[in-house]
Write a protein that binds this ligand. Sequence first.
Ligand code: ADP
Length: 462
Amino acid sequence: MTDSKSTSPSDRQTVFVANRGEIALRIIRACRRLGLRVVCGFSEADRGAAYLACADDAICIGPAAAAKSYLNIPAVIRAAQLLEADLIHPGYGFLSENADFAEAVEKAGMTLVGPSAEIMRRMGDKVEAKAAMIAADVPCVPGPDSVLPNDPEAIAAIAEQIGYPVILKAAGGGGGRGMRIVREAAKLAEAFMLTRQEAQRFFGNPDIYMEKFLEKPRHVEIQILADAHGTALWLGDRDCSMQRRHQKLIEEAPAPGIDRGLIEEIGTRCARSCAEIGYVGAGTFEFLYEDGQFYFIEMNTRIQVEHPVTEMVTGLDIVALQIDVARGRPLPLSQEQVRTEGHAIECRINAEDPESFAPSPGRVSKMHAPGGPGVRVDTHIASGTEVSASYDSMIAKIIAFGVDRDEALSRARAALEEMQIEGVKTNIALHSQLLVDTGFAEGGVSIHHFEHWLEKREASNA
Ligand code: ADP
């Protein structure tokens, strides 16, 4: 405690967790470490969940359907007020990047663990974010930093200038939707119309922009953390190229085989741009990396699922630091004091059919989590947990640390072998297969690697 005045239980600050599952438990743990009171909102589907007992208090915020509970802004605000919260932590997903929610939290006199509504809005608009990054000298995918005009000839000219293939993207897009690849001029006008309609339908914003389509990039991202006193740090990089339909499956830190000098240059620019735009909180700059070049694609203004790999290699508690900067505290370290060491790999364990990828909800009849040196498991499930069909199918994350990538890989393999989950189908065996894939073991696969791997698996099963 750096406070000089003594803190009796009654003037301890309270954090309301506006999320569920493993990330809710992760936030509860960070609050405990900081000596804060922590309370949760839960839906009917999560009533009685074991992780809720780790909080100081919990209250029901609505039915199972997320739209009526975890996405219900008035219900969340009311619950936080009832439990006398000072801060609200939104986790990832749900309301975590919703600027209206950020505004509502502020209006209700509480503090969001995250950036201001204004910054969230700005970074949530991909065209505005791209313009801000270009201004801050962060390299972006070739293409204009403005929305496309409603004029087929002008659009065709922009595509010619960039060079085919190009990708059309919704300015307000997210979750891998509202994007279309165009490989030839003859297909451009129709693709533009379709993407615009989709953008309007899904995101309520018809603005479209265009950039060069990169054929075989890797997904590499930079973790940042910034306080309200002008300090912005970058905490190293992560490679999240192992994806299925834009959903990450395996993440690791650092990204293998990339020149450290180049990463440092990019990380430094990301941190500097945070200071320039007045960003406060944890955030991630996502890049595509191809042929030795980084291209910014978007910024996430929240904690990410894969933050543990960065925690393992830096030794920092990113969630605790994120809460502290939201409380107005200065970051307790300088960039020179951020040291990364070793290698960490995270496997996302989903309750799903390993062949069809269809969610597999149900009751976990048996659960055994692995352990041992360098193995961390972030999960809210235990024997008896009900996995609801109402939410994302990710139920656990296995994170393995090693002095180098080989050791991290072998610990991850052993951990996967040890883990047992019964009662729901999982992708544990799939992860075991991926970790012995020669391409992945070498390091540096592209974002299409998993699709190609699946095609090969299907061909050999046929
Ligand atoms: P979202 O917010 O929907 O996740 P992103 O802009 O982060 O959208 O893009 C999602 C994914 O789409 C990327 O991880 C990458 O796989 C692909 N993608 C996006 N832009 C490009 C591009 N210019 N070239 C190639 N692939 C791209």
